[in-house]
Structure formats: C-alpha cells, structure tokens
Ligand binder design. Structure first.
Ligand SMILES: [Zn+2]
Length: 150
C-alpha cells in the first residue's frame, strides 16, 4: 500500500500526474491494469484529481467573488451622487476598487483557463457528471422509462 508494485510504470504515471485520459486507448490498457492492481498509484491518482478539482473550484469561486465585487461597486455609484461633498475623493476610491476588481477578475479567469488546460479537471468532471447521470437514469423505474421512450 505504501509503495508502488512496479516502479517503472509508477514513475511514468507519476510524471503524467496519474492522468492517462490523454493517451490512446490501446496504449492505455497497461496503465489501466497497473492502476487496477496498484493501490499506491490509485490513491495518488485520486489525490491528484482532488487537487485539480480543488484548483478549478477555487478559481471559479474567485471569478464569482470578483464579479460580485464589481456588481457591488457598480451599485455604490448612486450613493456617490448622494454624497456630493466627498464626490471627488469617492470617485477615485470607486475607480481604484473597480480597477482592482477587474484585475482580480482577469487574473482568476487566466488561472481558471490555465487549470482547465494544464489539468484533466474538465474531462474528469465531465466523466463524474456522466457517471451521475447514468446512476440517476438507472434509478428511474423501468415502467416510467419505457413510457418516456414511447
Ligand atoms: Zn503503482
């Protein structure tokens, strides 16, 4: 459990971050077999996919947070006209916040794209979603399913 059963295959898998979704199905079988038999590589694979999903979730959350910030800043605008006394100063503050939020949004968008390109997270999440859909479909009673098909 604590070590790989085949260090040669294990090293190759490790260099790919245990992602074999990019290689052709014929070449994949050896690695799939190893993953099926080697608990060490299987647990590493799970860890790496968890990291990928965490990264993409985090960057998605960042995008949402900056969008929210921009929306809030945008709504502050009417307040500005109400507070005419500190008008000039306030404009400057709103612009700085807006610039910061836009910069943050661009940075998190870039991070999201990088994660999506560099990791198998999108494919992995699609796979999980398809799996869930299949499970749900299997749960639909046979009677209802045949009626849906008809
Ligand atoms: Zn292994």
């Amino acid at each position: 459990m604590s070590t790989c059963t085949d260090s040669v295959v294990g090293d190759i898998l490790s260099s790919w971050r245990y992602d074999i979704s990019g290689i052709s199905p014929e070449m994949r079988t050896d690695y799939e077999e190893h993953l099926a038999t080697c608990a060490f590589c299987r647990s590493r694979q799970r860890l790496h996919r968890t990291i990928d999903v965490a990264l993409i979730s985090l960057s998605t959350l960042c995008i949402a947070a900056f969008l929210l910030a921009l929306a809030v800043i945008h709504h502050v605008e009417p307040l500005r006209t109400a507070a005419k006394v500190i008008h000039l100063e306030h404009t400057a503050v709103v612009f700085t916040l807006q610039a910061a939020a836009i910069l943050g949004l661009l940075a998190s968008l870039a991070a999201w794209i990088l994660v999506a390109i560099a990791t198998p997270a999108p494919g992995y999440l699609t796979g999980v979603a398809m799996e869930q859909a299949r499970v749900l479909q299997d749960r639909i009673p046979e009677e209802l399913r045949s009626r849906l098909r008809a």
